[in-house]
Every structure is written in structure tokens, then in C-alpha cells.
Write a protein that binds this ligand. Structure first.
Ligand code: NAP
Length: 263
């Protein structure tokens, strides 16, 4: 059995992860974490009355007392870096879906995981379709250097652009000829109208109630266009990727960035 803890278990994603871990026959939910818990045990929640799983507010105590093999973190950008560091320092595998990491933070955490020889995964998107969208976009960018990314999310999302959009831009930059798009002398009459600039390509963030997680990558060339789009209509779309990561990180000895690297 893989002993799993869930950090941010009361959030939209964390709650779905709890349900996933309970469904998987080779996983055991050993503990959950919240920054301001009002319960001591998950069985105080109406949905989980038959369980006996302690609730922690202190990650270090959770790690020492319930010794999980893997901790899944879906919290907020402000806590995800220190949570991931604490998990790896304690020798547990970190499976992190929280977005907003800087490239420097990922480098530091990768170095720490190598030192500790602990497999872990940070994935800005756990949906297999989204990973394929990024890979197709990387391939297309070799032929279409003019590209704009439009990411669309629910209006409670904290960070912009989304981790998926940043990861897509990074992957595209492996194959795209580096050019500044649009006219050299273009101006914005309203600041931000042209979106965020990533190596000369533009990223636009849409926030609306009713959305979950969606992204379009638009390529344009003379006389033709190509649009690659992925939609997560339900948070269940991320769960097969989370379950895969919980299992596959046991087979590696360092942190991996991106689900595509374990598929
Ligand atoms: P959410 O519903 O707001 O859940 C976040 C949870 O973290 C809440 O329970 C929140 O508690 C808790 N929290 C807030 N501050 C905290 C702190 N300082 N320390 C620990 N926990 C804290 O958000 P969500 O939609 O589940 O998304 C969570 C993260 O996952 C976001 O970064 C989002 O972008 C990312 N995400 C990733 C994927 C992926 O595939 N990788 C998919 C969807 C979302 P309170 O409610 O009490 O503040």
C-alpha cells in the first residue's frame, strides 16, 4: 500500500484528490493538511464519517507522525514552495499541482531532491489532454513561430498567467525561432492589451465564473492558422495524472517537472 497524505484537502482540487486516493486499491489515505482546520479528524466532515484520518495544520508534524510515502499538494502559490521543500527534506515524495513556482524555485527543489534521492513531481497540469496540447504546440512552433496563448480559468484562481500557459511557452521556446511578434512600433492605448510577453510571444489570461481550466494555442502564418485547444470541464480530468504520479515517482530519485516526463 502507498501511504498518501493530502495537503489542501478542503480545496476544490484537494477534495477531489482525497476521493481519488480513497478509490485506488493500492493507496491508503494516512493524513490530511489544512492551514486553518476546524476538525481534528476527517470523519467530522459529513462525506467522510466512516473514515479515521487525522487532520493536521503542521506539515512537519504530519510527516513525522503519519510517515506518508507521498504527499499531494494543491494549496496556494504562497505556501507550495515551502511545503514541497519540507516534504522532500523529510524523505517523502512530493506530488505538487499548485501553480506559481518560479524557474529558480524548481531548480532549487530539483537540487534538493537529488541530494536526498527522493522522487517527486511538480506538474502545472495533470490532465493528459493538456499535456498532449503542450506537446503538439511544441511541435507546431517549429513551423509556426508566430503564436499566442490564451488561457481561461475560473475567477477564483490566484496566479496569472497559469502554470500551464508558462509551461506551454517554455516548451514552445525549445522549437520556436525567437522573434518579436507584431509590429516593432505597436503601442497599447490600454496597458496590458497585448498580454504578457514571453520571449516575444504573447500570453493572455481570461478569468470568468463557470470556467474550470482551458487553453488555446493559436498559430498564424501567411494564409493559414492552426488552433490547438484543451478543455478541462471537470476536476476529475486531473485525477488519473495525480494517481499515476503517486505511483511513478517511486521509480525515480529526483524531482521531475511536468507530467509528460512520466507518461
Ligand atoms: P482552492 O479551492 O482555493 O484550494 C486551495 C486550498 O489551499 C484551500 O483549502 C485553502 O484554504 C488552502 N490554503 C490557503 N492558504 C493556504 C496556506 N497558506 N497553506 C496551506 N493551505 C492553504 O484552489 P484549487 O482550485 O483547489 O487549486 C489549488 C491549486 O492547484 C492552485 O494553485 C491551482 O492553480 C492549482 N491547480 C492545478 C492543477 C493541475 O493540474 N496541476 C489543476 C487545477 C488547479 P482556504 O480555503 O481556507 O483559504
Amino acid at each position: 500500500m502507498i501511504k498518501v497524505a493530502v495537503s489542501g484537502f478542503k480545496g476544490k482540487m484537494g477534495h477531489e484528490v482525497v476521493r481519488t486516493v480513497l478509490r485506488e486499491e493500492d493507496m491508503e489515505l494516512v493524513s490530511v493538511l489544512d492551514h486553518q482546520p476546524s476538525e481534528k479528524n476527517i470523519n467530522e466532515l459529513p462525506e467522510f464519517t466512516e473514515l479515521d484520518v487525522p487532520v493536521y495544520s503542521d506539515l512537519q508534524a504530519l510527516l513525522v507522525e503519519t510517515t506518508p510515502d507521498a504527499v499531494v499538494d494543491f494549496t496556494v502559490p504562497a505556501s507550495a514552495y515551502s511545503n514541497t521543500k519540507t516534504i522532500i527534506e523529510n524523505g517523502a515524495r512530493a506530488i505538487v499541482g499548485t501553480t506559481g513556482f518560479t524557474a529558480e524555485q524548481i531548480r532549487e527543489l530539483t537540487a534538493l531532491s537529488e541530494e536526498k534521492q527522493v522522487g517527486s513531481l511538480i506538474a502545472p497540469n495533470f490532465a493528459v489532454g493538456a499535456v498532449l496540447m503542450m506537446q503538439f504546440a511544441e511541435k507546431a512552433a517549429a513551423y509556426f513561430p508566430n503564436v499566442e496563448i490564451i488561457e481561461l480559468h475560473h475567477d477564483q484562481k490566484l496566479d496569472a498567467p497559469s502554470g500551464t500557459a508558462v509551461k506551454t511557452a517554455e516548451m514552445i521556446s525549445h522549437t520556436r525561432q525567437k522573434i518579436k511578434q507584431g509590429r516593432e512600433d505597436e503601442t497599447e492605448s490600454i496597458k496590458g492589451a497585448r498580454g504578457a510577453d514571453f520571449e516575444g510571444m504573447r500570453i493572455h489570461s481570461v478569468r470568468l465564473p463557470g470556467l474550470i481550466a482551458h487553453q488555446e494555442v493559436l498559430f498564424g502564418a501567411e494564409g493559414q492558422g492552426l488552433t490547438i485547444r484543451h478543455d478541462s470541464y471537470d476536476r476529475i480530468s486531473f485525477m488519473s495524472g495525480v494517481a499515476l504520479a503517486i505511483r511513478k515517482t517511486a521509480e525515480v530519485d529526483k524531482l521531475i517537472y511536468g507530467l509528460e516526463n512520466i507518461l
